[in-house]
Write a new protein. Structure first.
Length: 201
């Protein structure tokens, strides 16, 4: 099975990989970096079967050959994607908002893969990102709380998931996020900048 995971939201991308491992009962994960390894190393690993016949996950991070940044010419790679090992989940990840659809290799790989995009968080999708985070872990959150998180963190979405994780732990017992919870626990972006400035003094 082949997967292409791309986008700038690395938190959601990593979470998807964790979910995939749980869903398929995969316990073995081998990670390669395209910028640091020979592609044949990754393909060889994907080709090998586990000694006990278990499924395994092989990840090739920084698969920039899927974008305009680099290219890939490998007969071994082409042969593998034509007939992949059914006992291996081979996942190509790249931190890019788009793939280079002009490339023949990208078109061919996409036609044989499950492709998922993980968009970065901005004002157009932050509401959905917050609701999905808590819905996926069976927490309750109302729209007032969502709006308050958005107003406090919209200008600094890089800390969004760390704040959501903090709220998750804080409300582990009740599993309910309210407006009052946000006011107590989430520091506004402007206040955060003031705190960071004070720490540097």
């Amino acid at each position: 099975m082949l997967y292409i995971l791309y986008g700038e939201n690395t938190f959601e991308l990593d979470k998807f990989i964790d979910s995939l491992m749980k869903e398929k009962s995969i316990t073995e994960k081998i990670v390669y970096d395209y910028e640091e390894c020979d592609i044949n190393e990754c393909i060889n690993e994907a080709s090998y079967n586990d000694l006990f016949g278990n499924l395994k996950l092989v990840i090739l991070n920084n698969s920039t050959f899927l974008t305009s940044k680099s290219s890939l010419e490998s007969e071994r790679f082409n042969n593998y994607i034509t007939s992949p090992n059914p006992n291996t989940y081979l996942v190509f990840t790249v931190n890019s908002y788009k793939l280079d659809e002009r490339k023949k290799l990208v078109k061919e790989l996409k036609s044989k893969s499950i492709v998922k995009e993980f968009k970065s968080i901005d004002k157009t999708n932050i509401d959905t990102a917050i609701k999905d985070y808590f819905n996926n872990i069976d927490y309750k959150i109302n729209m007032d709380a969502v709006s308050e998180i958005k107003s406090r963190l919209l200008t600094n979405t890089s800390v969004l998931y760390s704040e959501l994780s903090k709220l998750e732990m804080y409300k582990y017992n009740s599993k309910e996020i309210t407006l009052e919870t946000i006011k107590q626990e989430v520091v506004e972006t402007t206040d955060r900048h003031k705190q960071e400035a004070l720490c540097k003094v």
